[in-house]
Design a protein around this ligand. Structure first.
Ligand code: ZN
Length: 324
Protein backbone atom coordinates (compact mmCIF):
# COMPACT_ATOMS: atom_id res chain seq x y z
CA UNK A 1 0.00 0.00 0.00
CA UNK A 2 1.49 3.31 -0.97
CA UNK A 3 2.11 6.18 1.43
CA UNK A 4 -0.31 8.25 -0.58
CA UNK A 5 -3.06 5.63 -0.39
CA UNK A 6 -2.68 5.20 3.35
CA UNK A 7 -2.86 8.93 3.92
CA UNK A 8 -5.80 9.35 1.62
CA UNK A 9 -7.62 6.65 3.55
CA UNK A 10 -6.63 8.14 6.87
CA UNK A 11 -8.00 11.49 5.79
CA UNK A 12 -11.25 9.99 4.59
CA UNK A 13 -11.74 7.81 7.63
CA UNK A 14 -10.85 10.76 9.83
CA UNK A 15 -13.82 12.78 8.83
CA UNK A 16 -14.60 13.09 5.17
CA UNK A 17 -16.53 9.81 5.26
CA UNK A 18 -18.85 11.30 7.83
CA UNK A 19 -19.01 14.60 6.00
CA UNK A 20 -19.95 12.75 2.83
CA UNK A 21 -22.72 10.80 4.53
CA UNK A 22 -25.66 13.15 3.82
CA UNK A 23 -24.85 13.26 0.10
CA UNK A 24 -24.46 9.51 0.02
CA UNK A 25 -27.71 9.00 1.87
CA UNK A 26 -29.48 11.02 -0.80
CA UNK A 27 -28.08 9.01 -3.67
CA UNK A 28 -26.75 5.94 -2.00
CA UNK A 29 -25.80 3.57 -4.77
CA UNK A 30 -23.91 5.77 -7.15
CA UNK A 31 -22.73 4.02 -10.30
CA UNK A 32 -19.17 2.82 -10.21
CA UNK A 33 -16.66 1.79 -12.80
CA UNK A 34 -16.80 -1.87 -13.72
CA UNK A 35 -20.30 -2.69 -12.51
CA UNK A 36 -21.03 -6.39 -12.60
CA UNK A 37 -18.51 -6.93 -15.40
CA UNK A 38 -15.57 -7.11 -13.03
CA UNK A 39 -13.55 -10.28 -13.62
CA UNK A 40 -13.82 -13.03 -11.06
CA UNK A 41 -10.92 -13.21 -8.63
CA UNK A 42 -11.38 -16.53 -6.88
CA UNK A 43 -13.91 -19.35 -6.66
CA UNK A 44 -13.64 -22.56 -4.60
CA UNK A 45 -15.96 -25.54 -5.11
CA UNK A 46 -16.29 -28.55 -2.84
CA UNK A 47 -18.83 -31.01 -1.47
CA UNK A 48 -20.53 -31.32 1.88
CA UNK A 49 -22.38 -34.66 1.80
CA UNK A 50 -24.68 -34.35 -1.20
CA UNK A 51 -24.46 -30.55 -1.26
CA UNK A 52 -22.18 -28.73 -3.64
CA UNK A 53 -20.71 -25.58 -2.09
CA UNK A 54 -19.16 -22.73 -4.05
CA UNK A 55 -17.36 -19.90 -2.28
CA UNK A 56 -17.08 -16.73 -4.38
CA UNK A 57 -14.65 -14.00 -3.34
CA UNK A 58 -16.77 -10.86 -3.70
CA UNK A 59 -14.65 -8.00 -2.44
CA UNK A 60 -11.57 -6.61 -0.81
CA UNK A 61 -11.65 -3.57 1.43
CA UNK A 62 -9.30 -1.94 3.87
CA UNK A 63 -10.22 -0.97 7.43
CA UNK A 64 -8.27 0.63 10.28
CA UNK A 65 -7.16 -2.13 12.66
CA UNK A 66 -8.45 -0.15 15.66
CA UNK A 67 -12.03 -1.04 14.66
CA UNK A 68 -11.45 -4.62 15.88
CA UNK A 69 -10.79 -3.52 19.47
CA UNK A 70 -13.21 -0.67 20.08
CA UNK A 71 -13.41 -1.39 23.84
CA UNK A 72 -9.63 -1.80 24.26
CA UNK A 73 -6.78 0.68 24.84
CA UNK A 74 -5.33 2.24 21.66
CA UNK A 75 -2.75 0.01 20.01
CA UNK A 76 -4.14 -3.27 21.40
CA UNK A 77 -5.07 -4.71 18.01
CA UNK A 78 -1.74 -3.77 16.45
CA UNK A 79 0.05 -5.45 19.37
CA UNK A 80 -1.94 -8.65 18.74
CA UNK A 81 -1.36 -8.43 14.98
CA UNK A 82 2.39 -7.96 15.52
CA UNK A 83 2.42 -11.26 17.42
CA UNK A 84 1.05 -12.96 14.32
CA UNK A 85 3.24 -11.09 11.83
CA UNK A 86 0.27 -9.18 10.39
CA UNK A 87 0.48 -5.58 9.09
CA UNK A 88 -0.34 -2.76 11.51
CA UNK A 89 -2.74 0.15 11.29
CA UNK A 90 -4.82 -1.10 8.35
CA UNK A 91 -6.16 -4.56 7.57
CA UNK A 92 -7.37 -5.96 4.29
CA UNK A 93 -10.67 -7.80 4.51
CA UNK A 94 -12.24 -10.11 1.98
CA UNK A 95 -15.86 -11.18 1.83
CA UNK A 96 -17.06 -14.51 0.58
CA UNK A 97 -20.52 -15.32 -0.73
CA UNK A 98 -21.56 -18.96 -0.45
CA UNK A 99 -23.65 -20.71 -3.10
CA UNK A 100 -25.22 -23.96 -1.89
CA UNK A 101 -26.60 -26.35 -4.49
CA UNK A 102 -28.77 -29.00 -2.90
CA UNK A 103 -31.45 -31.02 -4.72
CA UNK A 104 -33.08 -28.60 -7.16
CA UNK A 105 -32.25 -25.57 -5.01
CA UNK A 106 -29.51 -23.04 -5.62
CA UNK A 107 -29.22 -21.01 -2.44
CA UNK A 108 -27.13 -17.89 -1.93
CA UNK A 109 -26.01 -17.06 1.59
CA UNK A 110 -25.73 -13.24 1.38
CA UNK A 111 -25.02 -11.29 -1.80
CA UNK A 112 -21.79 -9.33 -1.31
CA UNK A 113 -21.29 -5.65 -1.96
CA UNK A 114 -22.88 -5.34 -5.41
CA UNK A 115 -22.35 -1.86 -6.88
CA UNK A 116 -21.89 -0.06 -3.55
CA UNK A 117 -18.64 1.85 -3.32
CA UNK A 118 -17.63 3.46 -0.07
CA UNK A 119 -15.63 6.69 -0.32
CA UNK A 120 -12.61 5.04 1.30
CA UNK A 121 -12.65 1.72 -0.54
CA UNK A 122 -11.37 0.51 -3.84
CA UNK A 123 -13.96 -0.36 -6.49
CA UNK A 124 -12.80 -3.95 -6.21
CA UNK A 125 -16.14 -5.40 -5.15
CA UNK A 126 -19.28 -7.04 -6.46
CA UNK A 127 -17.50 -10.01 -8.00
CA UNK A 128 -20.29 -12.41 -7.04
CA UNK A 129 -21.85 -12.10 -10.48
CA UNK A 130 -18.63 -12.88 -12.36
CA UNK A 131 -18.09 -15.82 -10.01
CA UNK A 132 -21.57 -17.22 -10.66
CA UNK A 133 -21.03 -16.86 -14.40
CA UNK A 134 -17.72 -18.70 -14.12
CA UNK A 135 -19.46 -21.74 -12.62
CA UNK A 136 -22.35 -21.61 -15.12
CA UNK A 137 -25.02 -20.27 -12.78
CA UNK A 138 -27.21 -17.42 -14.07
CA UNK A 139 -28.81 -14.97 -11.59
CA UNK A 140 -32.19 -16.30 -12.82
CA UNK A 141 -31.18 -19.81 -11.68
CA UNK A 142 -30.93 -18.79 -8.02
CA UNK A 143 -33.93 -20.20 -6.13
CA UNK A 144 -33.29 -18.82 -2.61
CA UNK A 145 -31.40 -15.85 -1.17
CA UNK A 146 -30.76 -15.63 2.58
CA UNK A 147 -29.68 -12.21 3.85
CA UNK A 148 -28.13 -12.88 7.25
CA UNK A 149 -28.19 -9.23 8.32
CA UNK A 150 -28.52 -5.76 6.86
CA UNK A 151 -24.93 -4.58 6.42
CA UNK A 152 -24.12 -3.24 2.95
CA UNK A 153 -21.41 -5.83 2.28
CA UNK A 154 -24.01 -8.60 2.65
CA UNK A 155 -27.00 -7.17 0.80
CA UNK A 156 -25.31 -4.92 -1.79
CA UNK A 157 -25.81 -7.51 -4.52
CA UNK A 158 -29.49 -8.18 -3.87
CA UNK A 159 -30.72 -5.45 -6.23
CA UNK A 160 -29.31 -2.98 -8.69
CA UNK A 161 -30.82 0.07 -10.38
CA UNK A 162 -34.08 -0.59 -8.54
CA UNK A 163 -34.46 -4.18 -9.78
CA UNK A 164 -33.93 -7.51 -8.00
CA UNK A 165 -30.70 -9.21 -9.09
CA UNK A 166 -32.19 -12.66 -8.46
CA UNK A 167 -35.71 -12.30 -9.88
CA UNK A 168 -36.80 -15.93 -9.41
CA UNK A 169 -35.52 -16.38 -5.88
CA UNK A 170 -37.47 -16.53 -2.64
CA UNK A 171 -35.69 -14.08 -0.34
CA UNK A 172 -35.25 -14.59 3.41
CA UNK A 173 -34.12 -12.26 6.21
CA UNK A 174 -34.31 -12.24 10.02
CA UNK A 175 -37.47 -10.38 11.04
CA UNK A 176 -35.83 -7.77 13.26
CA UNK A 177 -33.15 -7.13 10.63
CA UNK A 178 -35.74 -6.43 7.96
CA UNK A 179 -37.52 -3.98 10.26
CA UNK A 180 -34.32 -2.21 11.34
CA UNK A 181 -32.77 -1.80 7.89
CA UNK A 182 -35.95 -0.76 6.07
CA UNK A 183 -36.76 1.99 8.62
CA UNK A 184 -35.68 5.49 7.60
CA UNK A 185 -32.13 6.43 8.63
CA UNK A 186 -31.61 9.08 11.29
CA UNK A 187 -30.58 12.55 10.16
CA UNK A 188 -27.21 12.51 11.95
CA UNK A 189 -24.30 12.03 9.53
CA UNK A 190 -22.73 8.89 10.94
CA UNK A 191 -21.69 5.51 9.60
CA UNK A 192 -24.72 3.62 10.95
CA UNK A 193 -27.09 5.99 9.14
CA UNK A 194 -24.99 5.70 6.00
CA UNK A 195 -25.39 1.90 6.18
CA UNK A 196 -29.15 2.19 6.80
CA UNK A 197 -29.38 4.40 3.71
CA UNK A 198 -27.64 1.75 1.60
CA UNK A 199 -29.92 -0.96 3.02
CA UNK A 200 -33.07 1.13 2.35
CA UNK A 201 -32.12 1.43 -1.31
CA UNK A 202 -31.07 -2.18 -1.76
CA UNK A 203 -34.02 -3.75 0.05
CA UNK A 204 -36.79 -1.62 -1.51
CA UNK A 205 -36.94 -3.58 -4.81
CA UNK A 206 -37.06 -6.98 -3.04
CA UNK A 207 -39.07 -6.09 0.07
CA UNK A 208 -42.20 -7.87 -1.16
CA UNK A 209 -40.19 -11.01 -2.00
CA UNK A 210 -38.77 -11.37 1.53
CA UNK A 211 -40.02 -13.97 4.01
CA UNK A 212 -38.83 -13.43 7.55
CA UNK A 213 -37.05 -16.19 9.45
CA UNK A 214 -36.45 -16.94 13.11
CA UNK A 215 -33.99 -19.11 15.01
CA UNK A 216 -34.15 -22.71 13.80
CA UNK A 217 -36.08 -22.08 10.57
CA UNK A 218 -34.97 -23.97 7.49
CA UNK A 219 -34.41 -22.05 4.26
CA UNK A 220 -34.49 -25.41 2.44
CA UNK A 221 -33.95 -28.85 4.02
CA UNK A 222 -30.41 -28.95 5.42
CA UNK A 223 -29.92 -25.17 5.56
CA UNK A 224 -30.95 -23.81 8.96
CA UNK A 225 -30.91 -20.22 10.22
CA UNK A 226 -29.35 -19.85 13.66
CA UNK A 227 -29.75 -16.78 15.89
CA UNK A 228 -26.33 -15.16 16.40
CA UNK A 229 -27.16 -11.72 17.85
CA UNK A 230 -24.65 -9.02 18.68
CA UNK A 231 -22.91 -8.03 15.44
CA UNK A 232 -26.34 -6.66 14.61
CA UNK A 233 -29.41 -7.29 16.75
CA UNK A 234 -30.92 -9.92 14.46
CA UNK A 235 -27.69 -11.24 12.89
CA UNK A 236 -27.92 -14.93 11.97
CA UNK A 237 -25.49 -17.76 11.31
CA UNK A 238 -26.28 -20.76 9.12
CA UNK A 239 -25.93 -24.50 9.73
CA UNK A 240 -25.54 -26.70 6.66
CA UNK A 241 -26.12 -30.42 7.10
CA UNK A 242 -26.03 -33.18 4.52
CA UNK A 243 -25.74 -36.83 5.50
CA UNK A 244 -23.32 -36.94 8.39
CA UNK A 245 -21.44 -33.81 7.31
CA UNK A 246 -22.06 -30.34 8.73
CA UNK A 247 -20.68 -26.85 8.32
CA UNK A 248 -21.44 -23.94 10.63
CA UNK A 249 -21.27 -20.68 8.71
CA UNK A 250 -20.61 -18.12 11.43
CA UNK A 251 -21.10 -15.18 9.02
CA UNK A 252 -19.93 -12.09 11.00
CA UNK A 253 -19.87 -13.64 14.48
CA UNK A 254 -16.15 -12.89 14.19
CA UNK A 255 -15.16 -10.60 11.32
CA UNK A 256 -11.42 -11.18 11.80
CA UNK A 257 -10.02 -14.70 12.10
CA UNK A 258 -7.37 -13.67 14.63
CA UNK A 259 -9.18 -11.12 16.79
CA UNK A 260 -12.59 -12.69 17.43
CA UNK A 261 -11.04 -16.06 18.26
CA UNK A 262 -8.05 -14.95 20.37
CA UNK A 263 -9.93 -12.13 22.04
CA UNK A 264 -13.65 -12.96 22.00
CA UNK A 265 -14.41 -10.06 24.38
CA UNK A 266 -12.95 -7.39 22.09
CA UNK A 267 -15.74 -5.34 20.53
CA UNK A 268 -15.95 -4.54 16.85
CA UNK A 269 -16.58 -0.81 16.39
CA UNK A 270 -19.92 -1.25 14.63
CA UNK A 271 -21.41 -3.97 16.83
CA UNK A 272 -25.03 -3.31 17.82
CA UNK A 273 -24.74 -5.22 21.11
CA UNK A 274 -21.15 -5.99 22.17
CA UNK A 275 -22.22 -8.13 25.16
CA UNK A 276 -24.47 -10.31 23.04
CA UNK A 277 -21.70 -10.55 20.44
CA UNK A 278 -19.31 -11.99 23.05
CA UNK A 279 -21.92 -14.54 24.15
CA UNK A 280 -22.58 -15.52 20.53
CA UNK A 281 -18.86 -15.97 19.83
CA UNK A 282 -18.45 -18.22 22.86
CA UNK A 283 -21.59 -20.19 21.99
CA UNK A 284 -20.82 -20.80 18.31
CA UNK A 285 -17.07 -21.36 18.76
CA UNK A 286 -17.87 -23.76 21.62
CA UNK A 287 -20.38 -25.66 19.52
CA UNK A 288 -17.91 -25.90 16.62
CA UNK A 289 -15.28 -27.38 18.97
CA UNK A 290 -17.66 -29.78 20.71
CA UNK A 291 -19.16 -31.11 17.50
CA UNK A 292 -15.90 -30.83 15.51
CA UNK A 293 -17.72 -28.88 12.82
CA UNK A 294 -16.31 -27.36 9.70
CA UNK A 295 -16.76 -23.60 10.06
CA UNK A 296 -16.88 -20.69 7.64
CA UNK A 297 -16.35 -16.98 8.26
CA UNK A 298 -17.67 -14.44 5.77
CA UNK A 299 -14.62 -12.19 6.15
CA UNK A 300 -11.98 -14.84 6.84
CA UNK A 301 -9.17 -15.15 4.23
CA UNK A 302 -10.37 -16.97 1.11
CA UNK A 303 -12.03 -19.42 1.00
CA UNK A 304 -12.69 -18.93 4.71
CA UNK A 305 -13.28 -22.57 5.65
CA UNK A 306 -11.64 -24.14 8.70
CA UNK A 307 -11.99 -25.71 12.10
CA UNK A 308 -12.07 -24.30 15.61
CA UNK A 309 -10.18 -25.49 18.65
CA UNK A 310 -10.07 -24.21 22.21
CA UNK A 311 -6.78 -23.14 23.74
CA UNK A 312 -5.76 -23.81 27.35
CA UNK A 313 -6.64 -20.23 28.37
CA UNK A 314 -10.21 -20.76 27.14
CA UNK A 315 -9.86 -18.67 23.99
CA UNK A 316 -10.05 -20.11 20.50
CA UNK A 317 -7.95 -20.90 17.47
CA UNK A 318 -9.17 -20.91 13.86
CA UNK A 319 -7.27 -23.25 11.58
CA UNK A 320 -7.94 -22.99 7.84
CA UNK A 321 -8.45 -26.25 5.98
CA UNK A 322 -7.96 -27.11 2.36
CA UNK A 323 -11.27 -27.81 0.68
CA UNK A 324 -10.20 -28.28 -2.91
ZN1 ZN B 1 -19.80 -8.28 6.98
Amino acid sequence: MSYLTVNRRKALLGGALLAAAPALLAGTTAARAGGTDLPMRAVARFSLGDMRLTVIDDLLFTVPTAIFGANQPAGSVDKLFAKYGLPQEFANMQAQVLLVETGDAKVLIDTGMGDITLPDSTPDNGRLFAGLKAVGVAPEDITHVFLTHGHYDHLGGVSQNGKPCFPNAAHFMPESELAYWTAAPGTEANFENLMIGYANDKLAPVKDMIKTVKDGDEIVPGITAIAAPGHTLGHMAVMLTSGDESLLHMIDTSVHYIVGTNEPTWALGIEHDPEAAVATRRKLFGRAVEENLLVAGYHFPFPGIGRMSQKEDGTYLYTPVSVA
